[in-house]
Design a protein around this ligand. Structure first.
Ligand code: ATP
Length: 434
């Protein structure tokens, strides 16, 4: 791991347009981040990869996209109004607000040594108002998780798609938590994106399905390139389990600031469906044709964070290498996650024939491969720029290309170069990228 890896990744993100501080020109809104041109591509690629594995490649999962704003009763039934609290303490001297669970000494501020207030509960849900009048009855919440949007649609999916158990719902979307101690770049923020699956199973099969999902989700991170040494599964102790969970295992990544949760996979039992059935008065049981039994399914929930995953993949892919006395920074992202697949670079930008040939090639490639054209610097600089954002192939068009109609294709990780005929280059790349 390079020294100061976190600082280096943060600096690369800003320098190359992956992630910026939100509202930067106003001094920034703390712990809030905007994804720039390359960042959004990586994030979208990650979400697409998750969706492909979990929705398109399976027969038993349905995608959906529920609204962020939900009926306030949802959050009473789910337990969020009563239970979604962090205990916090305030420093009487420096006024810093701290999470009580993080404090070794519950009476003294770790920053300035000042006296701390008694710890008090602090609900993590963001409240807002629906409609033009800010009155008590119009209060609603910004969802703190995407999960509830799926539980409340259980019956709609049964009635419209008629699936048999086990089946699941998958959703990717924003969630909001008024975290007491956000930080570590995009790791813990107040606005973030989740990718969640709610998998409905027969209660007797829940334990086995939980194990299957833990394996599936662990392997997914490995398949998309996280190093095995940096990934581990951590079963929860009984006293850490959420009030609704019977068992939970976290998949943790070895971030520069320590092992931390990427995703939690929980057996939520029949808690959610029962709660919503009781609060809504609707029958949310499943009728099993074969046995004529009616029951509440258990729910296995793999719940991951998009932003946390992007951060783990960035950190894991960051390499520094010495190449002929020069430091090369390269993001060795998996080919499906790399933001740009190909960059076309003219070796001499003051030769119109070369520029024209390079632009034409880039234009042709763009129709089937994410390609950019760049002629804003000398070739060494252009390569460095592409390496830093993980571009898989750089193609240079040079003087010789004008004569032999061949171009040089350089692969990101090995830096090996090959001459390929201009009319073969698209097929060559499509094969490499598939
Ligand atoms: P933590 O203990 O780190 O706060 P959590 O156990 O409360 O996380 P869950 O409620 O299980 O998190 O949410 C599922 C996933 O959503 C987490 O594994 C994480 O990837 C992501 N997530 C949760 N809170 C945040 C946050 N504040 N910022 C970014 N991602 C988050």
């Amino acid at each position: 791991m390079p020294e100061n890896l976190m600082e280096k990744v943060v600096s690369l993100c800003k320098r190359r347009g992956l992630i910026f501080q939100s509202s930067d020109i106003y001094g920034g809104l703390s712990n809030t981040w905007d994804y720039g041109p390359y960042g959004i591509e990586i994030k979208n690629n990650l979400k697409r990869a998750w969706w492909k594995t979990n929705v398109y490649e399976r027969n038993d999962i349905y995608g959906m996209d529920a609204a962020i704003l939900m009926h306030p009763k949802v959050w009473e039934a789910s337990g969020h109004v009563q239970n979604f609290f962090d205990l916090k303490s305030d420093c009487k001297s420096c006024k810093k607000r701290l999470k009580t669970a993080d404090l070794k000494d519950k009476a003294k501020c770790p920053e300035c040594g000042g006296q701390l207030t008694e710890s008090r509960p602090f609900n993590l849900m963001f409240k807002t108002h629906q409609g033009p009048v800010e009155e008590a009855g119009s209060e609603i919440y910004m969802r703190p998780e995407t999960a509830q949007g799926m539980f409340v649609n259980f019956i709609n999916i049964l009635d419209s798609r008629h699936p048999k158990l086990p089946f699941g719902l998958a959703q990717i979307g924003k969630a909001f938590r008024n975290e007491v101690t956000p930080g570590n770049f995009t790791f813990r923020t107040r606005e973030f994106e989740q990718m969640e699956i709610e998998y409905f199973v027969k209660p007797s099969e829940a334990d086995a399905k939980l194990e299957e999902w833990i394996e599936a989700r662990y392997n997914w991170y490995l398949d998309f390139g996280l190093r095995k040494d940096n990934l581990r599964k951590r079963p929860h102790e009984k006293d850490e389990l959420a009030h609704y969970a019977k068992a939970c295992t976290d998949i943790e990544y070895n971030f520069p600031f320590g092992w931390s949760e990427l995703e939690g996979i929980a057996n939520r039992t029949d808690f959610d469906l029962k709660q919503h059935a009781q609060a809504s008065g609707k029958d949310l049981q499943y009728f099993e044709d074969a046995t004529k039994e009616k029951y509440y399914p258990y729910i296995i929930e793999p719940s991951g964070g998009v932003d946390r995953s992007v951060l783990a993949f960035l950190v894991d892919a960051y390499f520094e290498e010495m190449v002929k006395d020069d430091l090369r920074v390269v993001l060795k992202l998996h080919k499906d996650l790399a933001p740009t697949k190909v960059a076309v670079l003219p070796l001499l930008r003051n030769r119109p024939e070369i520029v024209e040939m390079a632009k034409k090639l880039a234009g042709d490639l763009k129709k089937s491969i994410i390609t950019i054209y760049d002629d804003t610097g000398a070739i060494g600089k252009l390569y460095r720029r592409q390496d830093e954002v993980g571009t898989l192939y750089c193609i240079t068009v040079d003087v010789q290309s004008l004569e032999d109609k061949q171009v040089t294709v350089r692969e990101r990780d090995s830096m090996l170069q090959e001459r390929i005929a201009l009319d073969k280059v698209k097929d060559y790349l499509i094969t490499k990228l598939s």
